[in-house]
Design a protein around this ligand. Structure first.
Ligand code: HEM
Length: 466
């Protein structure tokens, strides 16, 4: 089965009909409690909550503590937000809060700053350039998966997280690396999760008012300062000889042209953004992929057959990617069923009408790729893991706005190509010489945080000969 064009019968959602019905009020989702609003529902069972909102209309109002939020539930209206009316929105209050722990990199930047940085960073993520990073991805994935002995059961969640961090560090900074880099990144990661949780928590609006509540105190700023200091030292070394070392950092430093080069502060902000954007998302996806494949021997057999034919025993590489069509289909379905960025947000910066609902500047808008990906129209039997729902030779040509693992429009994930490459090569490295089976004594549960990931993933490896 292939997905239909998303919701073809739905109202077009263009600015014209929207204006015609201006003045409609979005219905408030049921279950609102005094003071806390819908926050307990989001805390308790966020995935179910966002899925059910579509039953109340294409735009629904919820309250998260004191904060009103409009949730957009139709693919067509999400398209409005991300493309047609994209200039009417910035990323919103939670991203303003993220500037403190993360700096003003691409993820948080707005307006002209965003445009300039995006233009300057794009060459670092050009497809040809990713070919260079692919060697590192394959080598590191083979090294880590090679340490997983046959017959042993391992929780792959921390293993995969270490792998994706390792890959990112080695693609950002060519070797030899500054010896203080790894410890500085590790220290920063330990406080980063706390900073992100605070900034992105739906209860942030309240936390700001009650900053001394236990668990809501600002994190120690020391690790970020130390990481920035190490990065500046590395940048100094690179600037001194101006050489392209084949890594991402060289590209960020060489970027420029008419707009002038990025300053050291801008580069450190972008490096931190990339640590943030490029690790948790990829590790969650790879973990979900191995989870799904471990439970579907037929799908695993399909991948093994493909790897045997395409790789013929050699390590997976960039040149193999176009032929790994079934592996790509599997990953496409994994990102549908378990999109790491399960909830995205925007804020109106000028008056705007969405599906007939007028929004004033400052209005917060949420939409959930997870909810869109579980809409039975266009995804029949949406909870079923079914790689065959994607066309074999065009897995990437998914219906654009009913399939949003990487977002869309001017804020489309800059690392999309990087991520597909890393995921495909890493999955190939893990499966080429082994079969994996689940440990059913430890059920896998989704952990709904800033990314959607499995809480743990106990899998057993079995040797196989290609
Ligand atoms: C499976 C892995 C990944 C997923 C699911 C993912 C998802 C996303 C999504 C949904 C957005 C858009 C957010 C929004 O519209 O609010 C985004 C933005 C971004 N991602 Fe990714 N991402 C992944 C991997 C990566 C990697 C590997 C990198 C870099 C190494 C990266 C760098 C970025 C950057 C820089 C942005 C901001 C783009 C902008 O605002 O212009 N991502 N990502």
């Amino acid at each position: 089965m292939q997905p239909d064009t998303p919701n073809a019968a739905a109202p077009a959602g263009t600015a014209e009909p929207a204006r015609a019905r201006t003045g409609a009020r979005a219905p408030t989702a049921p279950g609102r409690l005094p003071l806390v609003g819908h926050a307990p529902r989001l805390q308790r069972d966020a995935l179910r909550f966002v899925r059910e909102l579509r039953h109340h209309g294409p735009v629904t109002k919820i309250r998260i503590g004191p904060r009103p939020v409009h949730v957009v539930n139709s693919a067509e209206l999400v398209r409005e937000v991300l493309t047609v009316q994209a200039r009417a929105f910035d990323k919103g209050a939670m991203f303003d809060a993220l500037r403190v722990p993360l700096g003003d990199g691409l993820i948080t930047a707005a307006g002209d700053r965003h445009l300039r940085h995006r233009r300057m960073m794009q060459p670092a993520f050009h497809h040809d350039r990713i070919g260079r990073y692919a060697r590192v991805m394959s080598e590191r994935a083979l090294a880590r998966s090679g340490a997983w002995a046959s017959g042993t059961t391992v929780d792959l969640v921390p293993e995969i997280h270490r792998l994706t961090l390792d890959i990112l560090l080695r693609t950002l900074f060519a070797e030899p690396q500054d010896p203080e880099l790894h410890p500085a990144v590790k220290d920063w990661l330990s406080v980063k999760y706390h900073s992100m949780r605070l900034a992105l928590s739906p209860l942030h609006a309240w936390a700001e008012r009650l900053p001394l509540l236990p668990g809501w105190r600002p994190p120690d700023a020391g690790p970020l300062r130390r990481l920035v200091a190490v990065q500046r030292r590395i940048i100094g070394t690179y600037r001194a000889d101006g050489r392209d070392r084949g890594d991402l950092l060289s590209m960020l430093l060489l970027a420029g042209g008419r707009e002038g080069a990025l300053s050291d502060t801008e580069v450190t902000d972008e490096l931190i953004t990339l640590f943030l954007a490029g690790t948790g998302t990829v590790s969650a996806s790879l973990a979900w992929a191995l989870h799904e494949v471990s439970r579907r021997p037929d799908v695993q057999r399909g991948i093994h057959d493909e790897l045997d034919t395409v790789l013929g025993g050699s390590p997976p590489g960039f040149g193999h990617l176009p032929a790994l069509t079934f592996t790509r289909q599997v990953l496409t379905e994994v990102l549908r069923l378990h999109p790491p960025s399960w909830l995205l947000m925007r804020r109106a910066v000028r008056p705007v009408v969405l599906g007939g609902v007028p929004l004033s500047p400052g209005a917060e808008v949420f939409f959930s790729p997870y909810a869109l990906h579980h809409d039975p129209q266009p995804y029949g039997n949406p909870d079923r893991f079914d790689p065959e729902r994607w066309p074999r030779d065009a897995a990437a040509k998914a219906p654009r706005h009913a399939y949003l693992p990487f977002g869309a429009g001017s804020r489309l994930c800059l690392g999309e190509d990087f991520a597909w490459t890393e995921l495909t090569l890493a999955l190939a490295a893990f499966l080429a010489h082994r079969r994996v089976t689940p440990d059913d004594s430890a059920p896998v549960r989704p952990l709904v945080g800033t990314v959607l990931r499995p809480d743990r993933l106990l899998l057993t490896a079995h040797a196989r000969k290609p």
